[in-house]
Design a protein around this ligand. Structure first.
Ligand SMILES: [Zn+2]
Length: 337
């Protein structure tokens, strides 16, 4: 026998087969969570814990709450009755389906309820959020930064009345306050592309007023950077801090190096995903859909499927998102860029 067991699946098909064995799921997560191979109690940190194979949990020798723990404890999967193999296959799908996956596709593939799927996908998106990055992009010696805003969402008045009413009923009024364009209309998103690293950051903004947009640029782009935007009046005070150049989108889209086409590429991918796969997203949830889009976009070059999946499987650690968070008020999930 010289056939080696698959230790890291390379395709969705291999992932489904590999993770159908619960011990493979645990081994995979242990390797990401404890890279030195020493399992530690998430509550007290003891590293001489005993594994109980029959229950697939560890027992900490100190008496305290949660002294028996599974590999899910302390991750987005904690307290979830959904088995690890389903979580991992869902993560694979969302990491690697270029055009996104709908909750219906995941529901069918995993055989779990619509509500569970919705909750799982939101938690996975939470894990896809990039927190390991520099606070600011650009710099005087660096390649230019493109900045542009876009609008997302369909108008409810264009939808069938029953669907529009269902969406209105599902979005509590207090979560819609503060969005100037209201849920009835489109939601504004600001995006920035660092041409040096080819990385995009984007977030929902309450409006596209000059002050709002400029504050985001000041917070995210190093002073002295070359900043390219369109000619929107919103950006005309940037010259004090940046080497600012604009392109007039009503006349031309490219003025030599001065254009925002890199960002246009991100917007078009995002809109294709949101309109095709996700249909309607209220502003409250849009940041997490953006996190998903940004994750795939920023990990698209020179990153293979197994690596992209592994990144999510690692980022599930230390993040929690409860059902109450998701159905509660926006403040809970308000995030910096
Ligand atoms: Zn312990």
């Amino acid at each position: 026998m010289n056939s080696q067991p698959i230790t890291e699946p390379k395709t969705l098909q291999e992932a489904i087969v590999h993770f159908s064995d619960p011990d493979n799921c645990i081994a995979y997560m242990v390797a990401r969570r404890w890279p030195d191979g020493v399992v530690k109690c998430p509550t007290c940190g003891r590293n001489d814990v005993a594994y109980i194979p029959a229950r697939r949990v560890w027992q900490c020798k100190t008496r305290h709450k949660k002294c028996q723990f599974s590999v899910k404890v302390g991750t987005i999967m904690e307290d979830s009755p959904i088995s690890l193999d389903k979580w991992l296959v869902a993560m694979w799908m969302i990491a690697n389906c270029r055009n996104g996956v709908s909750s219906h596709e995941v529901k069918r593939a995993l055989g779990v309820t619509q509500k569970s799927t919705w909750f799982m996908l939101h938690r996975i998106r939470w894990a896809m959020r990039d927190t390991d990055r520099p606070s600011k992009i650009g710099g005087p010696e660096s390649a230019p930064v493109e900045v542009d805003e876009s609008f997302v969402g369909g108008k409810l008045k264009n939808m069938h009345r029953s669907r529009a009413n269902a969406i209105r009923a599902s979005a509590p009024v207090d979560r819609l306050d503060g969005y100037e364009t209201r849920w009835d209309s489109k939601t504004a998103v600001i995006g920035m592309l660092d041409r040096e690293s080819r990385q995009v950051r984007a977030k929902v903004v309450p409006n596209v007023k000059r002050e709002t947009l400029q504050n985001e640029i000041l917070k995210n782009v190093k002073y002295g950077s070359k900043v390219y935007t369109d000619e929107a009046v919103a950006y005309d005070l940037l010259r004090r801090r940046y080497v600012h150049d604009t392109v007039n989108h009503s006349e031309c889209y490219v003025k030599g190096q001065v254009h925002t086409n890199g960002l246009e590429n991100f917007w078009s991918l995002m809109k294709r995903n949101l309109s095709g796969t996700y249909v309607a997203v209220e502003p409250f949830h849009l940041d997490r859909y953006l996190d998903e889009q940004l994750f795939r976009f920023n990990n698209r070059i020179n990153v293979d499927d197994a690596t992209r999946f592994g990144k999510i499987a690692t980022q599930v650690l230390g993040r929690r998102l409860t059902y109450a968070d998701l159905t509660g008020k926006a403040a809970v999930l308000a995030r910096p860029f």
